[in-house]
Design a protein around this ligand. Structure first.
Ligand SMILES: Cc1ncc(COP(=O)(O)O)c(C=O)c1O
Length: 408
């Protein structure tokens, strides 16, 4: 990696990655096959869940899980149309809710760990005349790797008869009270986009302990086809979907018989193989990112009066290094970001508050104006820089020097 550039995310196609790509090519199958199956097993083990299903992206994982709720025997009768989620997240969370036929409902977040506040969820639900008819699920987002308060959210979900889900796209390997993020909701969605802690270019996964949900996701990601087996048993004549009285009916093909509505959310062997090779490095990646966060915190604490630095927590797998400009800061975000960028340190805004700051959701602006002060504030004054495992000592020192230059 270029020593003069500090990217937000990076990927080095090292020898191991090249070798796994070659293995896929040698295997002669690039659409989902044995690498995808192996990835699914390994990722479930990593998250401490019974199951994991690979999808084409994190957005697809969210959507597949949300659509599955409509068919699931335990949840299809919950008729609420709204899903309570975070306003401060990558827009995919809200988009997936929308395109699965629900409406996002936003509550404010904790200003330090960016997680939805359980008391705000409770407040919203307590105001509803009929919460169970209005709402279906709570979808907390573990932003930047910080786990949400899942116990508090679970008791609220149970109290109001709602489903608790997770968006863990930014939190591979974080834990909450000894439990891995991605193992606490009915399902959780992950993203393996290039800048994320486990990278595969583009890929996602749904994790869950619920067999029915997983079977549905397997169908939905393949246009709702009948097939829901982890590995196809048709070649051995053991397909469980063949009519019982007509075992040898070659005319019935479950791959082209569709029992529910779905989309194409399948991934490719290349991504699954890359994901597998990254997963083997997960502990190292986790530690390298934490070490970089510690280093930045130590060297930037002299700007404590103007910068809110990320809280260090041993249980957090950091997606990036988030910074929020404090109220009395003499510098504004635009100036600081421009200064950093000009000197080779890439930055990204902390997403923006979806209903009040994202043009695509301007139809919700009036409804939420003034109601999400923390998300609004961070959406305007927050940004992040990279803390990834490819940063060298020279990169780390450079970041500090650039801050000193811009803030002097
Ligand atoms: C919180 C969150 N949810 C969902 C997604 C969507 O994942 P993908 O980009 O893989 O579709 C992302 C991607 O960055 C994300 O950060």
């Amino acid at each position: 990696m270029d020593e003069t550039k500090v990217y937000v995310g990076y990927f080095e196609l090292g020898d191991e990655a090249r070798a796994v790509i070659n293995k896929v090519l040698d295997a002669g199958r690039i659409s989902e096959g044995k690498f995808t199956q192996e990835f699914e097993k390994s990722f479930a083990k990593y998250c401490n869940t019974k199951y994991s299903i690979a999808t084409s992206s994190g957005t697809a994982a969210l959507q597949a899980g949300l659509i599955a709720l409509k068919y699931h025997s335990s949840y299809k009768n919950l008729t609420g149309k709204k899903i309570i989620t975070s306003p401060l997240t990558y827009i995919a969370t809200a988009n997936a809710v929308h395109f699965s036929g629900y409406e996002p409902a936003f509550v404010d977040i904790d200003p330090v760990r960016f997680s939805i506040l359980p008391e705000k969820v409770e407040e919203l639900l307590s105001k509803s005349k009929n919460p169970a008819e209005e709402y279906k699920a709570i979808l907390p987002v573990h932003l930047m790797g910080y786990p949400c308060d899942m116990d508090a959210l679970k008791s609220i979900a149970d109290k109001y008869g709602l489903v608790l889900l997770e968006d863990s796209a930014q939190a591979h390997g974080s834990s909450y009270k000894g439990r891995r993020t991605g193992s606490m909701g009915l399902f959780s969605a992950f993203s393996f986009y290039i800048a994320h802690n486990i990278q595969a270019g583009e890929m996602g996964a749904v994790t869950s302990n619920d067999e029915e949900l997983i079977k549905l996701v397997r169908q939905i990601k393949a246009n709702g086809r009948v097939c829901d087996c982890p590995v196809c048993t048709r070649p051995q004549g053991k397909c469980p979907h063949l009519p019982k009285d007509n075992k040898n009916d070659d005319d019935f093909d479950p791959r082209f018989t569709h029992s529910i509505l779905g989309l194409n959310f399948k991934t490719m062997e290349f991504q699954a193989a890359l994901g597998l090779s990254q997963l083997k490095l997960a502990d190292k990646i986790f530690k390298a990112r934490q070490d970089n966060v510690k280093y930045f915190n130590e060297h930037l604490k002299k700007y404590d009066e103007i910068l809110q630095l990320p809280e260090f927590d041993r249980d957090v797998s950091y997606l990036a290094y988030p910074i929020v400009l404090k109220k009395d800061a003499s510098v504004n975000r635009k100036h600081l970001r421009l200064g950093l960028e000009k000197n080779g340190v890439e930055t990204r805004p902390l997403f923006g508050s979806i209903p009040t700051q994202q043009p695509a959701y301007s139809h919700m602006k009036d409804q939420y104006e003034g109601k999400l002060p923390n998300a609004d504030y961070i959406g305007k004054r927050g940004f992040y820089i990279g803390c990834h495992q490819y940063l060298t000592e020279a990169h780390l020192e450079k970041v500090i020097k650039v801050f000193e230059k811009v803030l002097k």
